[in-house]
Ligand binder design. Structure first.
Ligand SMILES: *[C@@H]1O[C@H](CO)[C@@H](O)[C@H](O)[C@H]1NC(C)=O
Ligand SMILES: *[C@@H]1O[C@H](CO)[C@@H](O)[C@H](O)[C@H]1NC(C)=O
Length: 286
């Protein structure tokens, strides 16, 4: 079968979105096929960077860009000295941040302290702890939300990572980060909740997700045990995606989301909600 015929077949008969993407890719490289299927022009357009491209990466997203930081201290210093100062203020280490969703808990609990992990939740936390330990990384710290289910998950994980300091943090508690787009009918917090939680969860983002300090000499591996909404918001913010999209992401209980923040301010998502290390019958989502 010729290449062109294969593409025509794929474009004509398959309905999946993955196939649509493949069509757009192939037709871009073989423009005569565009003429054969003019109905694809909308798809092709979507696959191209827009002409008035406003997309860009803001390197100073965490306000730690060395050049931006030294410019305020520049007054009074001259020429070369300033260049040296910028060099000395340059971060060199990479931060690896492991965001862990707490494991399954008792939803019938009336207050936070009653909402403790279920037996399955404790098993999930054991599996997550084993997984983190088996990666063989030199973890620097284990921060966790002060809510009962996150604290309990962190305590179990901690038994697999002897010597790693555990720190509790109120900023990481679960909440409503920002009104989701598109909206959902089953979950409708009051505006005041977004107003309060949104600022706090953004504060948590600013505290934990940023490039390394220039004084940090070695790459770091940090674990943050918290909640699905908080992690999804962090991921959107870190990747400079619209934060309103957070509810489009899903995370299993006990799953690992791995963000890497380079000294340049680049960010990569190495894993999103990985729970592939759990046997299928231990995986829960809702
Ligand atoms: C997973 O985590 C959240 C909190 O426990 C919860 O809403 C959900 O019910 C959990 N999954 C299951 C199956 O309990
Ligand atoms: C879950 O919480 C409810 C309410 O506190 C309690 O009655 C029940 O025994 C708990 N279930 C488990 C498995 O802990």
């Amino acid at each position: 079968m010729s290449f062109r015929r294969a593409v025509k077949l794929a474009c004509g008969f398959a309905g999946g979105s993955a196939v649509v993407v493949a069509c757009a890719y192939f037709t871009d490289k073989h423009r005569e096929i565009v003429r054969l299927k003019p109905g694809l022009s909308g798809v092709l357009h979507a696959a191209q960077p827009s002409a008035n491209n406003t997309n860009h990466w803001d390197y100073n997203w965490d306000k730690r860009e060395p050049s931006s930081m030294s410019s305020s201290r520049r007054r009074g210093s001259v020429g070369e000295e300033n260049g040296v100062e910028v060099e000395n203020n340059k971060p060199t280490a990479t931060r690896h941040i492991f965001l862990i969703r707490h494991s399954q808990y008792n939803l019938s609990g009336g207050s936070d302290s009653d909402r403790t992990l279920t037996p399955l939740g404790r098993e999930q936390a054991e599996l997550t702890g084993q997984r983190l330990a088996s990666l063989g990384l030199k973890y620097h710290i284990l921060v966790h939300s002060s809510m009962a289910r996150a604290t309990e998950t962190a305590q179990i994980i901690s038994t697999h990572l002897p010597g790693v300091e555990m720190v509790s943090c109120d900023l990481l508690r679960e909440g409503a980060p920002i009104e989701p787009v598109p909206p959902v009918t089953h979950w409708k917090p009051e505006a005041v909740q977004y107003h309060e939680d949104g600022a706090r969860i953004e504060a948590a983002f600013r505290r934990y997700i940023h490039r390394a300090d220039p004084k940090q000499k070695e790459d770091s591996y940090e674990i943050v045990v918290c909640h699905a909404n908080v992690i999804r918001y962090f991921v959107c913010r870190a990747l400079q995606f619209p934060p309103e999209g957070w509810l489009r992401l899903g995370l299993n209980n006990g799953s690992i989301t791995w963000l890497t923040v380079r000294p340049s301010g680049r960010v990569a998502l190495r894993a999103l909600g990985d729970s592939g290390f759990m046997p299928p019958d231990k995986v829960t989502r809702t």
